[in-house]
Design a protein around this ligand. Structure first.
Ligand SMILES: NC(=O)c1ccc[n+]([C@@H]2O[C@H](COP(=O)([O-])OP(=O)(O)OC[C@H]3O[C@@H](n4cnc5c(N)ncnc54)[C@H](OP(=O)(O)O)[C@@H]3O)[C@@H](O)[C@H]2O)c1
Length: 257
């Protein structure tokens, strides 16, 4: 069964690990998908891997009002409307205690991770109203409900994504628009590998093993395991779910012992 048959989905951060894997699954499930990101190279690479007529890309910065309006307009022009938004673009920012953290880095993390999500939802709602409803899924993190030292900007931004998603579930409900957020744990992909290099240069594998040993499931998650949760939340299978916060973290946020 194709769970997204006749649906149009926009995925920001669609050139990245979680976004591209989600785009692939959505296309397999019958959706027409527009992926969005700043780097054309990453988007092209994702397109080549997915290799399907029902996917296209556009280059845009999610923190820009003009770019947001344009990428949503392009989705409507190419595919006739928008039913699903996965607002997933995110940056991690520096791994530093606040005294060494620059104000500019803080602003940059918040611009993408919070302003970008807010803008995408603000401007997609009118398009979803025209379709009689829709599903919006945002990407928070386990750092949206807990904290890790040295990540104040990222942690603040991902807590904000939880708050935004809950608040905007109220705004969307009268129009049959659902808003949910996903909190991935440690995922075995490029973003996490880059974080390892910043946190423990030269000892990345050791750090990975240590972190994995602290996960109740004793391993990192995969992009596919996150994508399957997006599919559930994007599809009508989750028709009564809105304002929800869904962890996919191998038990990390279940608490200690
Ligand atoms: N990896 C993990 O373990 C993990 C855990 C929890 C949460 N997350 C969250 O999951 C989401 C996806 O991350 P990922 O793991 O797939 O990492 P990723 O590969 O780095 O993907 C993030 C994507 O966001 C795009 N992006 C960043 N800033 C942007 C901007 N201003 N405008 C448009 N696109 C922008 C990046 O593309 P460009 O650079 O081309 O713009 C990139 O493709 C992020 O929100 C991340 O915070 C990841």
């Amino acid at each position: 069964m194709q769970r997204l048959k006749n649906k149009v989905a926009v995925i920001t951060g669609g050139g990245g690990g979680i976004g591209a894997t989600t785009a692939k699954l959505f296309v397999q499930e019958g959706a027409k998908v527009l992926i969005v990101g700043r780097s054309e190279d990453k988007l092209r690479k994702a397109m080549q891997e997915i290799n399907h007529e029902n996917i296209s890309y556009t280059v845009a910065d999610v923190s820009s009002v003009e770019d947001t309006q344009r990428y949503l307009r392009e989705a409507v022009q190419r595919y006739g409307g928008i039913d699903v938004l996965v607002s997933n673009a995110g940056v991690e920012g520096p791994f530093k205690p606040i005294l060494e953290h620059s104000v500019e880095d803080f602003d940059q993390v918040l611009a993408t991770n919070v302003r970008g999500v807010w803008l995408s939802i603000k401007y997609v709602i009118p398009e979803m109203q025209k379709r009689g409803g829709g599903s919006i899924v945002t990407t928070s993190s386990i750092m949206g409900i807990s904290a890790f030292p040295g990540h104040s900007a990222y942690t603040a931004s991902k807590h904000a994504v939880v708050g935004l998603s809950r608040a905007l579930a109220h705004d969307g409900a009268p129009f049959n628009i659902r808003v949910n957020t996903v909190c991935p744990g440690v995922i075995d992909n490029d973003m996490m590998a880059a974080a390892h290099r910043r946190i423990a240069p030269g000892a990345e594998e050791q750090l990975k093993n240590t972190l994995a040993s602290r996960v109740p499931a004793k391993r990192y998650g995969t992009n596919e395991e996150i994508a399957r949760l997006y599919l559930f939340l994007a599809s009508d299978d989750s028709s009564y779910c809105t304002g929800g916060v869904y962890t996919a973290d191998g038990g990390v946020t279940a608490g200690i012992m």
